[in-house]
Design a protein around this ligand. Structure first.
Ligand SMILES: Cc1cc2nc3c(=O)[nH]c(=O)nc-3n(C[C@H](O)[C@H](O)[C@H](O)COP(=O)(O)OP(=O)(O)OC[C@H]3O[C@@H](n4cnc5c(N)ncnc54)[C@H](O)[C@@H]3O)c2cc1C
Length: 359
């Protein structure tokens, strides 16, 4: 894209995560021109995967749940293969002194659904149905001013509608030059980005050896560094993997990646046996360090699942032409992937319901 480029479209979508792509899909289906700008060199946002020789392992979301109709429809439409989270076998509990107790607790994710190929398959499936020339990767939006979008590369984009398909706290940063009611700015800053303060360690093995030892792969720990561990394997245990959420606060994780990985492998060996110490691959995905997901305010996760939804102060902005579309603004299941789809549906309804937008 040369510097002098100016793009004119009906709907500019900022963010190529699940919400942005689902919105693009609605618009494309209705024949409404759009352009989608994604800052990262890849699509998916918080949905990401580690590639291994035996398949992919989720680095962001792993689970969908029964009772999520939009995800279920999307999986079916894209022809993807869901499978049940592995839950058979005993659960482990590690106390604060590192003593491991067998058979304590319950399989907290039993009944949840995983996807063969990882959750990134949702992103690939949606993207494959959209015109590639409308999906602009590595195109960070710097600001959304009164006269349109300004991209980091110098390009400008003018659109009848602008949809911010990204966490509200990131949206706030893009709207600084734009006249907005104070209540709208406060509302944007107050909405925590779901899971943004968290980090996952993924360890990949040649086989799910813990299953043969009668273990489910689930463990809770008061010792750490991993606080909650699950089987992250694909269907039939291939690729074989364990993952854990780190219990170490984000501020203490910074710059400590190699040390944390080593401590996590020691912990997996305490829990699941010496084989766990030597994975084929290990990866630490720290979402709190990623400025395209987390802000300073997100470094400490909220104590529980926030009550998400579109605050009244964020509805009908700029005469109904400026829209918030990330999962945190969903009318239901906000924070989750189902919420990302619900928020896209809501914004598509507003844009399409208002008739074909005239520039
Ligand atoms: C570790 C972890 C575990 C999770 N587990 C689950 C789970 O098991 N089940 C579940 O349902 N959900 C889970 N979630 C939540 C799930 O990932 C989100 O609900 C969903 O991915 C949000 O999609 P989104 O499109 O709203 O936002 P995002 O995925 O955050 O997409 C926003 C996009 O905007 C882009 N962007 C940011 N700034 C700019 C800019 N200036 N210009 C252009 N583009 C920009 C970003 O790069 C990103 O691609 C988890 C999340 C994490 C991090």
């Amino acid at each position: 894209m040369p510097q002098s480029d100016e793009i004119i479209t009906d709907v500019a979508i900022i963010g190529g995560g699940l919400a942005g792509l689902a919105l693009a899909d609605h618009l494309h289906g209705a024949g409404v021109p759009f352009e989608l700008f994604e800052a990262r060199p890849r699509l998916g946002g918080r949905i990401a995967a580690l590639g291994t020789a035996a398949g992919r392992v989720d680095l962001g979301p792993s689970w969908a749940w029964p009772g999520q109709p939009r995800i279920a429809r999307l999986i079916e439409r894209l022809g993807l293969s869901p499978f049940a989270q592995h839950a058979a076998g005993e659960i482990l509990f590690e106390d604060a002194s590192g003593v491991v107790h067998r058979g304590m607790g319950h399989a907290s994710m039993e009944g949840s659904l995983r996807l063969d190929g990882g959750m990134i398959s949702l992103i690939e499936g949606l993207a494959a149905r959209l015109p590639p020339e409308r999906l602009h990767l590595s195109r960070a939006v710097r600001a959304v001013g009164p006269d349109g979008l300004r991209l980091a590369c110098g390009t400008r984009c003018t659109a009848a509608h602008v949809a911010l398909a990204l966490p509200p706290r990131l949206a706030a940063g893009l709207l600084q030059e734009r006249p907005l009611p104070a209540a709208a700015r406060q509302a944007l800053a107050a909405i925590p980005t779901w899971m943004a303060g968290h980090a996952k360690v993924v360890a990949v093995y040649d086989r799910p050896f813990w299953r043969a030892a009668g273990l489910s792969g689930d463990a809770m720990s008061r010792r750490g560094p991993l606080a909650e561990i699950h089987d992250a394997s694909g269907p039939e245990g291939r690729p074989a993997a364990l993952f854990g959420f780190l219990g170490v606060p984000a501020a203490q994780r910074r710059g400590q990646g190699a040390r944390i990985e080593a401590l996590a492998l020691e912990q997996l060996a305490r829990l699941f046996g010496p084989e766990a110490r030597a994975p084929l691959q290990v990866a630490l995905q720290d979402w709190a360090c990623d400025p395209l997901t987390a802000t300073e305010a997100d470094q400490r996760p909220p104590p529980g699942h926030p009550a998400y939804g579109l605050p009244a102060a964020l509805a009908g902005l700029d005469g109904g032409r400026l829209h918030l579309a990330g999962t945190e603004t969903a009318p239901e299941m906000g924070g989750l992937m189902e919420g990302a789809l619900a928020s896209a549906e809501r914004v598509a309804g507003v844009i399409l319901g208002g008739g074909h937008p005239a520039a």
